[in-house]
Write a protein that binds this ligand. Structure first.
Ligand code: TMP
Length: 257
C-alpha cells in the first residue's frame, strides 16, 4: 500500500485517501468491527476484503439499473475508487421485517413482517449516537433539502425492491439495511448519489429457511462465525467460491523443518 498518499478521514470501518485525480477518493476497507457506537470493538481478519467485494458487486448492480452512485471501480483486495461527494449527514434505514432498534423501541417481536416498508432517518453524529430523527428535524435544521429528501426516499424504495429480489433469489431475506447518500458537485450542478457501502455490515440478512443471521448481528450479539457468514453471502452472490482464502492481515509462519 502506498503510505505517502494523503489520508482524508478515518472512520470506524474504513479509511478515505485522496484519489489519483481531483474529485476522486480511495476507500480502504478495514477489518475493524464496531457496534453500539464503538463501545464494542474487535478486529475480524478478512472482513474488509469480503465487504469490499460484496459492496462492489451491489453498487455495480445498482449502477446498472440506473441508481446514481459514487462507485467507480474496485482497485484491489481492500480498496475501491469512488467519486468525491459531500455526505448528507443522515443514515437512511429501510426495514421490511422488525428487528434491532425497531423491535426494542416499539416492542415488536424480531422477525415480525412489517405491514409496509418503513424508512427511518438517523442524524449522523457519533457524540449523540446517531439519534432517530423525523422529517421535521431534517427540514428545520437544514440537514437535507426537500429535493434531496425526495431523491433519497425514491432511491431507497427502488434499492429495497431490487435488493430484496436479488437476495430472495439466493435464499436470503433482506430484513433491513442502512444507506448513506452524498452530494456530487458537477460544475454548477449538484446531484444526490448513493454513497458509503452496502455489505453485511450495513444490512440484516437472514437465511430464508433457517432464519440464521448472516450479517453483523453475529458480532453485535456474540454469535461468532462472522467471516464464514459473510463468505457464504459472497458465495451465494457468486462472488467468491467460498474456498478462496481471504487476505489475512498477519503473515503466516511457514516451518522449514
Ligand atoms: P438498527 O436496528 O440497529 O437501528 O439497525 C438498522 C439497520 O441499519 C441494520 O441493518 C444495521 C444498520 N446499521 C448500520 O449500518 N450502521 C449503524 O450504525 C447502525 C446503528 C445500524
Amino acid at each position: 500500500m502506498n503510505q505517502r498518499r494523503t489520508r482524508i478521514y478515518e472512520g470506524k470501518a474504513k479509511i478515505l485517501y485522496e484519489g489519483p485525480e481531483p474529485g476522486t477518493v480511495v476507500v480502504h476497507f478495514k477489518d475493524d468491527a464496531t457496534a453500539f457506537n464503538a463501545q464494542k470493538k474487535e478486529v475480524i481478519d478478512g472482513k474488509g476484503v469480503i465487504n469490499n467485494r460484496i459492496s462492489e458487486f451491489i453498487f455495480n448492480k445498482l449502477n446498472a439499473i440506473g441508481i446514481p452512485t459514487h462507485f467507480v471501480k474496485r482497485l484491489n483486495m481492500r480498496e475501491q475508487l469512488v467519486r468525491e461527494v459531500e455526505i448528507i449527514p443522515l443514515e437512511v434505514v429501510v426495514r421490511n421485517v422488525a428487528a434491532g432498534t425497531l423491535s426494542s423501541r416499539l416492542g415488536i417481536e424480531e422477525g415480525e413482517p412489517l405491514p409496509r416498508t418503513l424508512i427511518e432517518f438517523c442524524y449522523k453524529n457519533d457524540e449523540l449516537g446517531d439519534p432517530l430523527v423525523a422529517e421535521e428535524h431534517i427540514m428545520a435544521f437544514g440537514w437535507a433539502t426537500p429535493q434531496e429528501l425526495d431523491d433519497m426516499m425514491t432511491m431507497a424504495i427502488r434499492i429495497n425492491d431490487y435488493l430484496s429480489g436479488l437476495f430472495m433469489g439466493i435464499g436470503i431475506k433482506l430484513v433491513d439495511f442502512k444507506l448513506e447518500f452524498g452530494r456530487l458537485y458537477e460544475g454548477d450542478m449538484v446531484r444526490t448519489v448513493l454513497a458509503d457501502e452496502i455489505s453485511p455490515d450495513s444490512c440484516r440478512l437472514w437465511d430464508v429457511k433457517t432464519d440464521e443471521k448472516m450479517d453483523k448481528d453475529r458480532f453485535r450479539r456474540d454469535l461468532g462465525g462472522l467471516v464464514e457468514a459473510y463468505q457464504e453471502v459472497a458465495r451465494r452472490l457468486g462472488i467468491m467460491n467460498g474456498n478462496e482464502p481471504v487476505e489475512r492481515s498477519k503473515p503466516v509462519l511457514v516451518k522449514s523443518d
